[in-house]
Design a protein around this ligand. Structure first.
Ligand SMILES: Nc1ncnc2c1ncn2[C@@H]1O[C@H](COP(=O)(O)OP(=O)(O)OP(=O)(O)O)[C@@H](O)[C@H]1O
Length: 768
């Protein structure tokens, strides 16, 4: 990587004269005072609204939206506390303009902006202006703060004549950027709002409609960009997106926890974060299964398998079916009658559960004709003595007969997606009937005992739900889920109200009755009020409703999605307003996405745009050089991203006798952990050796976290490549890379992922 960006060092002027910092401190302190006022105002209003009682239904509904608005404001004003103001622009047309996490206006004066929201169009120059294209900016200043104190200023004068020859034209706020990149990791992702780069800004602010694919190598900021795009879109298209919501899908729960702080820190709470495992309401898919089985379940052929499995439940007996009624009467259903009823119901092309009503009509008709034949037969051989009204009455009675209902349930059972799939997996006969197109070995893979769901089952449940249609039971389950969420929300509002209670007390301490909101309302009463007004956040409602159509869907690590998972996501986003973020060179899932065109074209044909990110902000040049060799083995046409910096620390690679591997690893991990200031060490091991090596490490380093969903804030974390996907650590120890490669047909991509997790140091320990 000799031609990497890392040859040069940071070069923007670091101006820190005390008086300059002092002047900025005054301004920043004023902003914090305004923030405190705003927060107190919102808390007080929230308390007042919650205390108010009575009124018409409309007044209640109005009050509930006001409650929500103030609760959101209190949360947002608290979220932006750290780094409230981080930038300043001095422009040709005056200024200064201060840039921060939210907009604050001078409400006492003429409503001038005191602080500009980073997402506002006028703030854009902060990210884009360069010496060659200054966009009216004379000076860009980064303000660094700790708590409420200004600690440093970095200035860039955007003037070609005075520009430093060593500064990178393509980097903005280079000194602040490098400070952020070199900082120790905490186990939680941070936002990058202070140092978004121009190529990233273009993607963050891209138009809302259509499918945008962001392809970029490891560490190019794809996740960061995806999250900031969510915040930007919600700010810019609030009307549209607040009613439909934004869904962000990540690869696993560990990853979602890793990124969970970013949006709240940007004062955005309106995004639903989910893994594939949680995309089918009411199911939490935690069961494990072999990668090859998951891959089979991800293939598009499963669409046909499931359709056949549903048809297989529409049963036509070989022999006549006898239905014994209580009056010892026995009715017979011929196979031909059932077949005709089934064909009639199928012709409607309704989903299975909804077509059942048609099937019932046909069968009951046939049975009623039999009864009528018997009881209405004219002993003298004339016409049947019953009229149409009598036959209708017979049909009504037959419908109520438990024996008739049992026969109908047997022939055309109403099914939930869970029932369909569990029954299918549990029976080799059913699998054989539904999957003649699969090989024996593949059919054997599908067979299993009931009990829990795997992530790969989720798209299948969703497909099944489409084929089956929602009957009354499914609708009732959905209402129940919404009710649970409403209760959680009511409790959340009361939490916020409790947080604002000190203000009530101060306020009314001079003699008035001191009653907090929570003395007057409990979660049940608040819940009742909300139910009446049908209030629930968009994200909560969407989470409970399988058929919810999101306003925008963002997928991170999208290369891992199988064709079946793509189908599910496309259903969640009929408008096809999507941001797809990933790297096809890092695909680990066997049914993952080999190319964006293959994945998307079935849904949007050629109508998708591709943006590429080319600079790695994470991986230093020394480590990227090692990773580049593996990338060339995956696909010689792929280019690794260019590293924005070098660490000066070459990666090391030690081969040790196999029996000493664990001991050497423990020694290396102890050394690396001792060398960390406040950063994190990641130990990446083959999936088949987690127990052994994780055990050895935790015995020597009790602080080490290991397990299904390890705590990333621990100083030392032991993970498989699958778990490490999307994460990063200051220092990484990679163990037994050959075994990692051997463990999966996509082993090389796994190794590439593992090699690119470190922000500073990489060591490899391998058995000889
Ligand atoms: N403009 C920026 N300013 C500061 N830090 C940045 C910037 N862009 C990216 N980073 C940092 O670089 C690191 C890598 O970013 P991110 O995790 O988003 O990359 P990625 O492309 O998703 O990587 P991967 O493909 O490995 O998942 C993160 O620590 C992120 O905060």
């Amino acid at each position: 990587m000799g031609d990497g960006l890392s040859r040069h060092s940071a070069d923007s002027a670091e101006l820190q004269p005390d008086d300059e910092i002092g002047r900025e401190q005054e301004y920043v302190s004023m902003l914090y005072r305004r923030l405190d006022e705003l927060r107190e105002q919102a808390s007080r209003r929230l308390s007042d609204e919650l205390r108010a009682t009575g009124g018409t239904r409309q007044a209640l509904s109005q009050r509930d939206s006001t409650v929500r608005m103030y609760a959101d404001q209190v949360e947002q004003f608290s979220a932006v506390e750290s780094g409230l103001c981080f930038g300043r622009l001095d422009t040709d047309d005056g200024g200064p303009h201060y840039i921060g996490r939210i907009g604050i206006f001078d409400t006492d004066g003429d409503y001038e902006p005191l602080l500009m929201d980073w997402r506002a169009p006028a703030a854009r120059a902060f990210y884009l202006a360069t010496a060659a294209n200054p966009q009216g900016v004379r000076r860009r200043r980064h303000l660094r703060t700790r708590e409420r104190k200004v600690t440093a200023l970095n200035d860039e004068v955007l003037d070609l004549a005075t520009a430093s020859p060593t500064a990178h034209e393509e980097l903005t706020g280079e000194a602040s950027l490098l400070a952020a990149l070199n900082a120790g990791r905490t186990g939680r992702m941070r936002d990058i709002v202070e140092t978004i780069q121009a190529e990233q800004d273009r993607i963050i602010r891209a138009d809302l409609p259509g499918v945008l694919v962001v392809q970029g190598g490891p560490g190019t900021g794809k996740t960061a960009v995806a999250l900031h795009r969510a915040a930007y879109l919600l700010y810019t298209h609030r009307e549209q997106l607040s009613t439909r919501g934004v869904l962000l899908v990540g690869p696993n729960a560990t990853f979602l926890r890793y990124i969970s702080q970013v949006l709240p820190a940007l004062a955005e709470t309106g995004v639903l974060l989910r893994t594939q495992s949680d995309l089918f309401p009411g199911v939490s898919a935690r069961r494990a299964e072999p990668a090859t089985t998951a891959a089979l379940k991800g293939r598009a052929v499963m669409v046909e398998v499931l359709a056949a499995a549903v048809r297989d439940r529409q049963w036509v007996p070989d022999e006549p079916l006898e239905i014994e009624l209580p009056q010892q009467e026995v009715l017979r259903l011929d196979p031909e009658t059932v077949l005709a009823a089934r064909d009639q119901a199928r012709r409607s092309e309704r989903p299975h559960n909804l077509a059942r009503a048609l099937f019932d009509v046909e069968i009951v008709h046939a049975l009623a004709a039999q009864v009528a034949e018997r009881i209405g037969a004219d002993p003298l051989g004339g016409e049947n003595l019953l009229d149409e009204a009598d036959v209708a009455e017979i049909r009504r009675e037959l419908r109520e007969e438990p024996e008739v209902r049992a026969a109908l349930d047997q022939l055309w059972p109403v099914l939930t997606p869970q029932r369909l799939l569990a029954d299918l997996y549990a029976s080799t006969d059913r699998i054989a009937a539904a999957a003649p197109m699969l090989s024996d070995a593949e059919r054997a893979m599908l067979h299993r005992e009931p009990g829990g769901w795997t992530p790969a089952d989720v798209p299948l449940l969703d497909e099944a739900a489409e084929l089956l249609g929602e009957d009354e039971r499914a609708a009732a389950a959905r209402r129940e889920r919404i009710r649970t969420l409403q209760r959680e929300y009511a409790e959340g509002v009361l939490e916020i109200a409790r947080g604002s209670r000190s203000i009530d007390v101060e306020d009314e301490a001079d003699g008035g009755e001191i009653l907090g909101v929570t003395d007057l309302l409990d979660a049940d009463r608040l819940l009742e009020r909300q139910e009446e007004a049908d209030r629930l956040t968009t994200a909560q409602r969407a989470a409970a409703d399988r058929r919810w159509a999101f306003g925008h869907v963002i997928v991170d690590e999208a290369q891992e999605l199988s064709p079946m998972a793509w189908r599910l996501l496309m259903r969640r986003c009929p408008s096809r307003s999507m941001t797809i973020v990933g790297d096809v060179a890092q695909t680990g899932a066997l049914a993952g996405t080999p190319s964006w065109a293959d994945a998307l074209e079935p849904y949007v044909a050629q109508r998708w745009r591709l943006e590429e990110l080319t600079v790695s902000y994470r991986t230093p040049a020394e480590i990227m050089a090692v990773a580049a060799e593996v990338l060339a083995e995956i696909d010689p046409t792929l280019r690794p991203p260019r590293s924005v910096r070098s660490s000066g620390v070459p990666p090391w690679d030690h081969a040790v006798p196999a029996e000493r591997l664990a001991a050497e690893l423990v020694a290396a991990a102890t050394r690396e952990a001792a060398g960390l200031d406040d950063g994190r060490l990641g130990v990446i091991v083959p999936a088949g050796r987690v127990d052994e090596l994780g055990g050895a490490l935790t015995a020597a380093l009790p602080e080490a976290a290991v397990g299904e969903d390890p705590e990333l804030e621990s100083r030392v974390v032991v993970l498989t490549v699958g778990q490490a996907k999307g994460l990063e650590f200051d220092s990484v120890l990679l163990v037994d890379p050959d075994r990692i490669v051997a463990e999966s047909p996509r082993g090389r991509s796994d190794l590439y992922v593992a090699l690119t997790r470190a922000t500073q140091r990489l060591g490899i320990v391998r058995p000889t």
